[in-house]
Design a binder for this molecule. Structure first.
Ligand code: A2P
Length: 337
């Protein structure tokens, strides 16, 4: 064990899961540094049979580090990227800050592991909805290129961080007690409600989250020609996202062949029980590594289209797990430098 790791944002929803995954997957750590803001400095977090103290991130935090797993928001990633690179470490960044930068690989290990080799100190972890969709549909794209994707998402509170998850629980409790709780983290009440994704609206009337699915999917698949339209919605689920995806090919794709291809793929489990009307649900995807995929069916309105439904743990494969898998890939292939 010889890899020195730092987690930037170690107290957050994703940071906490990264700690669990490093233990669970027996990552070859020689040292683990937990970094956050001054708010959390001094707090302790159990790690194996020790207790690790959270440190405030400073100029010297990365001097003795090989890999930084960053999950503290885009502005924090931007602020520390140069320091991390100059210290000789590789940053695996969960934020959107560098994803579309042409010098930064955007990697889902099941799809484009080879891109990680080209890094210049930063590798970006894609948006959660993009990762989940990508692992489910890439096996089909390899057989017959996808021409167009229409996707609607049902996104959990976890995507907005640990405090948003807490807010939904408190809101639900309040509403059951006859109160009208005021939202603080999310813009509108989410308990017993839903709303179109709260990321900024762009000139084309898509929100940022929707355009992430468009641009990041093209970059990861290495195919700028795929046409994609997304509608992203926040729903009162705690930590797994769902997606309804319509895929268009330039010829028919036989359902059984599609199901077979998806079931053979890494990182995906097919849940497709038509007899019992049992398909992926957020409660089943929560805590799982695999993306659950089902309701794979012919689109009755178009010969060349398939419908697919998925659920995936937003914090695991949607963020922390994908980042840890990238770290494992760098170590295994000796691509750290
Ligand atoms: P802190 O607990 O000190 O605020 P989430 O996505 O769940 O909201 O978590 C965000 C993570 O990013 C937390 O660990 C948070 O630490 C950390 N963070 C937020 N702002 C900063 C900052 N300016 N510098 C370092 N870490 C930060």
């Amino acid at each position: 064990n010889n890899i020195r790791v730092a987690i930037l944002g170690a107290t957050g929803a994703v940071g906490t899961e990264i700690i669990n995954l490093l233990i669970e997957r027996d990552f070859p750590l020689s040292q683990l540094k937990l970094l956050a803001s001054s708010r959390s400095a001094g707090k302790t977090i159990p790690f194996k049979n020790q207790s690790l103290t959270i440190e405030e991130v400073t100029e010297n935090s990365f001097d003795d580090v090989d890999i930084v797993l960053a999950s503290a928001g885009g502005s924090t990633s931007k602020k520390w990227a140069k320091t991390i690179i100059e210290a000789g470490a590789v940053m695996i960044d969960n934020s959107s800050a560098f994803r579309m930068d042409e010098n930064v690989p955007l990697v889902v290990p099941e799809i484009n592991p080879q891109d990680a080799q080209k890094h210049q100190g930063i590798i970006a972890n894609p948006n959660c909805t993009t990762i989940l969709m990508g692992v489910a549909i890439y096996p089909l794209h390899l057989i017959k290129p996808i021409k167009r994707i229409i996707v609607s998402t049902y996104q959990s509170a976890s995507g907005a961080g640990a405090r948003a998850m807490e807010e939904v629980k408190v809101q639900a409790q309040g509403i059951l007690n006859g109160e009208t709780p005021q939202p603080e983290i999310l813009p509108y009440p989410l308990a017993f409600n839903l709303f179109p994704h709260n990321s900024p609206i762009l000139d084309n009337h898509y929100c940022e989250e929707e355009m992430k699915m468009v641009n990041e999917t093209r970059k990861i698949f290495g195919d700028d020609g795929i046409r994609i339209s997304a509608t992203c919605v926040r729903v009162p689920v705690l930590r797994a996202h769902s997606e309804a995806i319509n895929l268009e090919f330039d010829q028919p794709f036989e359902v059984n062949e599609a199901k077979e291809a998806i079931s053979q793929a890494e990182g995906v489990t097919v849940v497709d029980d038509w007899a019992n009307n049992y398909f992926p649900m957020p409660i089943d995807a929560t805590g799982k590594d695999d993306v659950l995929v089902g309701r794979i069916r012919q689109d009755i309105s178009s010969d060349n289209n398939l419908e697919v439904w998925l659920c995936g743990d937003q914090i695991r494969k949607g963020a922390a797990l994908n980042a840890v898998q990238i770290a494992e890939l760098l170590v295994e292939k000796n691509w750290l430098k």
